[in-house]
Design a protein. Sequence first.
Length: 171
Amino acid sequence: MATATHVSLAEYLSTEYEPDCEYLDGLVEERNVGKRKHSKTQALLAARLQREIDSGEFDVLVEQRVQLSSSKIRIPDICVILADNKDEVIQSPPALWIEILSPEDRWARVQAKIDDCLRFGVGTLWIIDPYTRQAWSGNQTQNIAEVLDGKLKAEHPPLEISLEEILPERS
């Protein structure tokens, strides 16, 4: 991962990065981009969520910028927001925030993102590691904990998704 670059929030918002980067207290920080298992998990889960959330009340977005504060913009792999939210950069807490880990991800960086999301008021967080076939879940009242029953759950929107449905085949 390359070193971070200092820019203003206005410059960050007016710049397109390939792949998109996060903005953390004046620094543009690259994200680990997905390899095959990451990408496949993201596609399977986004499609599954889209089928599950068909009420028109929620939208499923992939790699959407979310402004957590005046100095922090993070990018979930997938998020679920209220459908009436039309912001180009989301400014209110998503109902569901999903991170899919890459082999290069380190737990300290993941934990920093979890902490930011919970402080912001994200409803439910899912962290999925397609390489170890593990997942963790948490929300405003329950700390992040490993999913031991193989089912990712959320209350709003009401969801229950089996890890087996969204993890690519073992290789």
